[in-house]
Write a protein that binds this ligand. Structure first.
Ligand code: UN1
Length: 493
């Protein structure tokens, strides 16, 4: 069911979908002040307006989700699962306008947007199957789902689908940058038969999220975003108990300062391809993206020369064009933040190299040579790759520095030596370790995604333990492994 990007007819169809989309207004109704959503690649293109949810709308949604919780919880899991599968079918039937909307609202490249629709459908089907495979344990009740702009469809729907599948009603706050694709997804779910009171969309900024998290009727929180906001949520929930007297659960997926270690036995061509994908795909705007490439000294000159050459070939520009490798970053503020980091590093004396990029919300793919892990300092959410050279004798110190950073999300290793692989992987804590491949694009059901430490609370998204956290009481986990009924997508590569 994939869209074949090597096929001329498919490309023509996608181009037409983007063109039609630009003539379409995706505005959503609501009482609050309308927020203008503009295409990050072309600020003249107004995608639509979305009003922030007002306090009265938040209150009405909380009351309705609370009132609807018993009936939704009482529905047999199989019926909830059928509904989510119908929604997955509807989502795939609507994939062309959704792909175009992701390009326009979130600046996704066409391959990224196609992968994201596929991943969203995978989440719906995976959690549907998981719900059916679980013993009947009561759900939590109303759950708040707070999602990011970088996967405004897949992460948004993944959170919502899991909460609903487990039998909870949902208050969903999409990122303020990307409410329109979330609204489109909610419409599809309601049209597929989901009771309106079981899922409420509440667009807006931090105030809306804080109002939800601070409300005693909310029995669980699912959050993907920054470590700083996860800390705020955690503090807000501290000491609060569910109706069953348990601490209100928080599932948080946050950031990472992800590293890849490349030893001198690695296949250079493969490394270059995987580094390009890991660092620059999605303009580096994935929490899984590569931030620090660590190359063994003996291989570094040749490998970095190849990487620089390959970076110069990256096409940065309009994500609606199939030729584009790197699209815009999400906002001018994001661009300025990333470029501020680059300027700061240059100021500190680190060597910086950048390829060309157009004006606007674009950041040129950038390479910064650093001396040690701690030089990087922070997660930079854009196409900026730090590189450092290490000596074989210094490997353990390097691994200890990576571990000491406190994040533990993704990690990559390129080596052809089994002993090195075992040695390295035993020393780096990371939720997702990838060997001899890129470090992005975890696949629902096959590579559950999530980290620990500063990177999140677990359980991993798209994995067998996720739904259990959304139940009121502990679940016997041996029976929760809901396999997909069908083949799993290459969703997000
Ligand atoms: C995120 O960027 O917030 O594996 C998480 C991947 C994606 C990452 C999503 N699932 O690249």
């Amino acid at each position: 069911a994939g869209l074949d990007l090597a096929d001329e007819d498919t490309l023509a169809m996608l181009a037409a979908a983007v063109r039609d989309n630009r003539a379409r207004d995706w505005s959503t109704p609501g009482a609050g002040a309308p927020r203008e959503i503009r295409n990050p690649a072309d600020r003249r293109d107004l995608v639509g307006t979305a009003p922030d949810a007002t306090p009265a709308e938040v209150e009405a949604a909380l009351a309705a989700a609370t009132a609807a919780a018993p009936a939704w919880a009482a529905m047999p899991a199989a019926a909830r699962a059928d509904l989510l599968r119908r929604a997955a079918d509807a989502l795939e039937a609507a994939r062309l306008p959704l792909v175009a909307l992701l390009v326009r609202e979130a600046g996704k490249t066409l391959p990224n947007a196609i992968g994201e629709v596929r991943e969203a459908a995978d989440f719906l089907r995976y959690y549907a199957a998981g719900a059916e495979a679980m013993p009947e344990v009561p759900p939590l009740g109303p759950v708040a789902c707070i999602s990011p702009w970088n996967f405004p469809l897949a992460i948004f729907l993944g959170q919502v689908a899991a909460a609903l599948a487990a039998g909870n009603t949902v208050l969903a706050k999409p990122a303020e940058e990307t409410p329109l694709v979330a609204a489109a997804a909610v419409r599809l779910l309601h049209e597929a038969g989901l009771p309106r009171a079981a899922l409420h969309l509440l667009p807006g900024a931090g105030e809306v999220g804080a109002a939800l998290v601070g409300d005693a009727r909310v029995q669980g929180v699912v959050f993907t975003g920054s470590t700083a906001v996860a800390r705020l949520i955690n503090a807000q929930l501290a000491g609060r108990l569910t109706a069953d007297g348990q601490p209100v659960p928080l599932i948080a997926e946050t950031g990472g300062i992800n590293a890849m270690v490349v030893d001198s036995s690695a296949l250079a061509e493969q490394v270059v391809a995987d580094v390009l994908a890991s660092a620059f795909d999605s303009a580096g705007q994935r929490c899984s993206a590569l931030r620090i490439l660590c190359v063994q000294e003996e291989a570094a000159d040749r490998l970095l020369a190849m990487l620089r050459g390959a970076m110069r070939e990256l096409a940065v520009g309009d994500p609606a064009r199939i030729e584009t490798d790197v699209g815009p970053v999400i906002t001018e503020a994001a661009r300025d933040d990333i470029l501020g980091h680059v300027a700061g590093m240059r100021g500190l004396g680190f060597a910086v190299e950048q390829v060309a990029a157009p004006d606007g919300c674009f950041v040129p793919p950038t390479l910064i040579e650093v001396g040690r892990i701690a030089d990087v300092g922070r997660e930079v959410f854009g196409p900026v790759l730090h590189v450092l050279r290490y000596r074989r004798e210094g490997l353990d110190r390097l691994l200890a520095e990576i571990a000491a950073g406190g994040h533990a999300l993704t990690f990559g290793l390129h080596t052809r030596l089994d002993a090195t692989a075992a040695h390295v992987l035993a020393r780096v804590p990371a939720g997702n370790c990838y060997v001899n491949r890129n470090i992005i694009g975890a696949t629902v059901g096959v590579q559950p995604f999530g980290g620990s430490g500063l990177s999140g609370t677990g359980p991993k998204a798209g994995g067998p333990l996720y739904l259990a956290r959304l139940k009121a009481r502990p679940v016997a986990l041996s029976v929760v492994a809901g396999d997909l009924a069908g083949p799993v997508g290459e969703s997000n590569r």
